[in-house]
Design a protein around this ligand. Structure first.
Ligand SMILES: NC(=O)c1ccc[n+]([C@@H]2O[C@H](COP(=O)([O-])OP(=O)(O)OC[C@H]3O[C@@H](n4cnc5c(N)ncnc54)[C@H](O)[C@@H]3O)[C@@H](O)[C@H]2O)c1
Ligand SMILES: CC(C)[C@H](C(=O)O)[C@@H](O)C(=O)O
Ligand SMILES: [Mg+2]
Length: 363
């Protein structure tokens, strides 16, 4: 197959991990007889520096014209001042909206060789395999008005949590459908004891349940959900939740896997190109050192192969290669134990490509 992939390296460790992910995809193409064409474009701080805006029109056009988008990360301390709309993060939010990728899938999978890197005890880690389905293009992130108001008694600030019923319904439907394909358990997370938007969320989940009677539905308040994810993560199959709650719970879920450097994501919409990115950020504290863990980016590439291209064997091969390097004891610094010699980002990339070649040759 011939596929066109737009690569948006972004900032900090973004270019470091996406360079390795692109090499891995190139290896997949060679091993499986595909042609992947890559076009790079600017986003985030890199786009501000090069083109004066965090999301150039040309970047959006390229992404829309491609089969899938691979993103690194955006953000750097030097852009922290000034209005939110001029920050690197605004580029990422704008892209998600422009591509209408309203569903962000964040699978929480524990690789057994990494159990020691998790802060949770082995007995709690048994059977942990769930996916967070995060609403990605609504809620507090996008609601208006959003402003600072100078009043007689000082500054007031406004952010707006706004959802249409249609936005709530489409993400809940997807949550049900994903649950139908997995363990048939859907946990809808909200704050219905306080927020009106959450009450409509809960009512909609209840109403739609009649259409998905084979799925067991339960509701959790988000504060309790945060606790349950640490206390007993094995209880979850599919968690569906609104934008901000999903952002926070997924970083919490990432730590169960051992490191935020292990958590991939797929952002999907109604038929346009999918956006694939590791859940982690630009990690300014380690940027430029060549030590970032590229595995979240590799696993995001696997999600691209599966969800956007329907290349199931190829996706499995990438995931198996990642499992193999971990089983062989190879670690980047973030997942290394006391006796391990950490690999660089490039060394980990090479190791995974080597395992990929071996996996394909063995078939
Ligand atoms: N998708 C994105 O582009 C995205 C996601 C989250 C944060 N950000 C942005 O990134 C910047 C930094 O945010 P932050 O520090 O809160 O979160 P972060 O995810 O960048 O880093 C948090 C911690 O995790 C470590 N870490 C992250 N990814 C790693 C990897 N692949 N390998 C090893 N260690 C890794 C970092 O070194 C740091 O100690 C901010 O500007 C933020 O807005 C962007
Ligand atoms: C960088 C930021 C805008 C982004 C978000 O909050 O969605 C990030 O934290 C994420 O999880 O993808
Ligand atoms: Mg986040």
């Amino acid at each position: 197959m011939n596929k066109h992939i737009t690569v948006l390296p972004g900032d900090g460790i973004g270019p470091e991990v996406t360079a390795e992910a692109q090499k891995l995809l190139e290896e997949v193409a060679v091993q499986f007889g595909h042609t992947f064409e890559f076009t790079a474009a600017h986003i985030g701080g890199a786009a501000i520096d090069a083109e004066g805006t965090p999301l150039p029109e040309q970047t959006v056009a390229r992404c829309k014209a491609s089969d899938a988008v691979l993103l690194g990360a955006v953000g750097a301390p030097k852009y922290d001042r000034g209005p939110a709309s001029g920050r690197p993060e605004a580029g990422l939010l704008g892209l998600r909206k422009a591509l209408d990728v309203f569903a962000n899938l964040r699978p929480i999978t524990v690789f057994p060789p990494l159990a020691a890197a998790s802060p949770l005890k082995d007995e709690v880690l048994t059977n942990v395999d769930f996916v967070i389905v995060r609403e990605l293009t609504g809620g507090l992130y996008f609601g208006t008005p959003r402003e600072r108001i100078q009043t007689d008694h000082g500054l007031e600030v406004v952010d707006t949590l706004r959802y249409s019923e249609q936005e709530i319904e489409r993400i809940l439907r997807l949550g049900y459908q994903i649950a139908q394909q997995r363990g048939k358990r859907l946990t809808s997370v909200d704050k219905a004891n306080v927020l009106e938007s959450s009450r409509v969320w809960r009512e909609t989940a209840e109403r739609l349940h009649a259409e998905y009677p084979d799925v067991e539905l339960n509701h959790l308040l988000v504060d309790n959900a945060a606790m349950q994810i640490v206390k007993d993560p094995g209880q979850f199959d599919v968690i569906v939740t609104e934008n901000l709650f999903g952002d926070i719970l997924s970083d919490e879920g990432a730590m169960i896997t051992g490191s935020i450097g292990m958590l991939p994501s797929a952002s999907l919409g109604a038929g346009g190109p999918g956006l694939y990115e590791p859940v982690h950020g630009s990690a300014p504290d380690i940027a430029g050192k060549g030590i970032a863990n590229p595995l979240a980016s590799f696993l995001s590439a696997a999600m691209m192969l599966r969800h956007s291209f329907g290349m199931f064997a190829e996706a499995d091969a990438v995931e198996q290669a990642v499992q193999q390097v971990l089983a062989d004891g190879l670690r980047t610094a973030d997942i290394a134990g006391p006796g391990d010699t950490p690999l660089s980002t490039a060394e980990m990339g090479e190791a995974v490509r080597t395992r990929l070649r071996a996996t394909v040759a063995a078939k």
